[in-house]
Design a protein. Sequence first.
Length: 93
Amino acid sequence: MILNRSELISAVKHKADITNDQAYRAVEAVFSIIAEELENGNNISIQSFGTFDVKDRAARKGVNPSTHQPIEIKASRVPTFKFSYKLKERVNK
């Protein structure tokens, strides 16, 4: 099962017993805070859940799959997530 954004908002609404508008604002606020902190190069560690981080990816050579020509792939920053041990335990019960 894939939980999309609107389904997540609905689940928060029911779990927290709040209105749909309050759940929408809460979910959007959490996503916004995570994105802003990662944009600023900060890590976000949520105890018993995991850590959001930004990693630097070096420039490298690649191959265009349609033309098989070599291309240069620029250096970039990529968001990552590392789950906590407690989350892993909960998933594997």
